[in-house]
Design a protein around this ligand. Structure first.
Ligand code: NAP
Length: 502
């Protein structure tokens, strides 16, 4: 029962799907999934859209990461919006600046930029049926019918908990907060971590610095990156015949799904091929047997997120590079002291230590029905129904939410398919005159129980490694079946999995 003096939030009146008005839609984040969200909504006729972006530009991860060597190891022809294929990509694997320019261009061409409120983070979202109440970091309040979280997955830097990090007297920064004022040429540079990011950086800067110290906790497998620059003639051909762009898109999609994805979800033949490719890559590119031994992982090649990089092994084999595999005891003013007591003197320290992969829309405070708090509910192990919906959080959807198919796939493609699903939900609300739609607890439980069972058969769980794929519950937070099955499911919403509220 409502208390007589209880605060009653303002509403938007009759639910949008019953009044014939446009739904007011808030999107959190103007990265590639936020851009996809606006375009897909606009194409479907949903135009009352506001995007909240915490920084001054669109682009998300490609705006945020500006480190040397930044590139995408997913082929450009597939790492593109299907609604905005680009004939003139410069390379088979695009560099970060080219992707950022592309995202900005698409945002302009498709009238996304004008929908964005920049430099404004979303601090709170509260559901008071049938509306969402949004509070920004500057205290502005707004009401929406629908909220779409498009915050990305890896956006909160993981700062390592290493004793003395604050005592280092040189420049020290995370890879996603690159300090471009720091001179690297001729300096003694240390980097902690040997993931995808570190490999690209080491490959790009080792020939410029005087000493490159790479602190490796666990060796990673690397597959070569078959980079090529596209010729003008080839790109003109694709421009003249747009169907060839679509052909290339599908070709790379099939290639990645049938090889790398297949290997992760149980294809033993592909696993063997990838393992052999990685072993050969190491052997061919690291001539020193002792260095090679220290770079050799003990787990399956597809267990962690496979790194595609052709520059790291030649770089780490250079005479000015040192691979340090003794654990880090502490950071001191002059450098890093390892557990063997040795001090590695450094001028600059780079933290290539990854991201908090359990954040998603957090730290925004998201409160659903009956005061349900999202952070408490997830408790470090984020889950979702089909990676997009949550029980108890009506009219709230996530793009690139927990348990989506990530791995070595095009996240742009995944976002687009998820948006098709979300648009399908909105269309269903409209035709049925619904006030709210939310995943049923039973559907969410069944889906996640099936995932938990299936993940046991994937190389992420059986491959003998740990990685950012694992959440606090100790289970990899990924889609455990063939990703094409997931993409297909995004086009066939099963409404029996949802509470449909009139
Ligand atoms: P990451 O894969 O999580 O790697 C972090 C590295 O830091 C690992 O080597 C880890 O060691 C090490 N590390 C973390 N904490 C440490 C500590 N306290 N002490 C010592 N070492 C520590 O992070 P990332 O390289 O930034 O990549 C994150 C993800 O971004 C990738 O998996 C990929 O999905 C994406 N990415 C993609 C591309 C692309 O081309 N598409 C490029 C860059 C990044 P352990 O292995 O022992 O944990």
């Amino acid at each position: 029962m409502t208390e007589p003096n209880a605060y009653k939030r303002p509403t938007l009146g009759t639910p949008w799907a019953q009044s014939g008005r446009q739904p007011r839609i808030a999107i959190v984040g103007a990265g590639m999934s936020g851009i996809a969200a606006v375009v897909k909504l606009q194409k479907a006729g949903y135009t009352d859209v506001t995007v909240y972006e915490k920084t001054e530009k669109v682009g998300g991860t490609w705006r945020e990461n500006t480190y040397p060597g930044l590139s995408c190891d997913v082929p450009s022809r597939w790492y593109s919006f299907y609604f905005a294929l680009k004939a003139d990509w410069a390379h088979r694997y695009s560099y970060g600046a080219d992707i950022q320019a592309y995202l900005e261009q698409v945002a302009t061409d498709f009238n996304v930029t004008e929908k964005v409120i920049f430099n404004t983070a979303v601090a709170e979202l509260t559901y008071d049926a049938p509306c969402w109440h949004l509070v920004t970091s500057d205290g502005t309040q707004e009401i929406f019918d629908v909220v779409i979280s498009a915050t990305g997955i890896l956006h909160q830097p993981n700062y390592p908990d290493i004793n003395g990090l604050d005592r280092f007297r040189g420049a020290c920064f995370h890879t996603a907060r690159w300090d471009h004022s720091t001179k690297l040429k001729g300096q003694r540079v240390g980097i902690i971590g040997t993931g995808s990011t570190a490999c690209q950086i080491v490959g790009a800067i080792t020939d410029q610095v005087s000493e490159m110290h790479v602190f490796q906790r666990t060796p990673h497998w690397l597959s070569p990156l078959p980079q090529i620059a596209y010729s003008l003639g080839w790109n003109r051909l694709l421009s003249a015949f747009p169907f060839m762009q679509r052909l290339a898109y599908h070709y790379y999609c099939k290639l990645m799904v049938n090889t790398f994805s297949a290997a992760t979800v149980g294809n033993k033949f592909m696993q063997r091929i990838i393992n052999r490719t990685c072993v050969k890559n190491l052997k061919d590119n690291v001539p020193d047997p002792s260095l090679r031994a220290r770079l050799t992982p003990t787990y399956d090649a597809t267990c962690k997120r496979l790194i595609f990089c052709s520059d790291f092994y030649p770089a780490i084999s250079r005479s000015n590079a040192r691979l340090i595999t003794d654990g880090i005891a502490q950071v001191e003013a002059e450098g890093i002291r390892t557990v063997d007591g040795k001090l590695h003197e450094l001028d600059t320290l780079i933290l290539a230590t990854g991201f908090n992969a359990a954040a998603f829309i957090l730290p925004a405070r998201v409160t659903g029905e009956d005061g349900a708090d999202l952070e408490t509910q997830w408790d470090g192990a984020p889950r979702a129904h089909r990676a997009v919906a949550l029980p108890g959080f009506p009219n709230f959807w996530m793009v690139e939410g927990p348990t989506g198919p990530v791995g070595n796939l095009s996240l742009i493609a995944i976002s687009e398919h998820q948006m098709d699903y979300i648009v399908g939900m909105l269309d269903h609300m409209k035709t049925e005159g619904l006030a709210a739609i939310a995943a049923k607890q039973s559907a969410y439980d069944n889906y996640n129980a099936a995932m938990r069972e299936a993940i046991k058969n994937t190389t992420w769980a059986t491959g003998g490694c740990t990685s950012w794929y694992f959440d606090k519950s100790g289970v990899p937070n990924l889609y455990p079946w063939n990703p094409l099955q997931y993409l297909k499911s995004m086009h066939n919403p099963d409404y029996s999995e949802y509470h449909l509220v009139k």
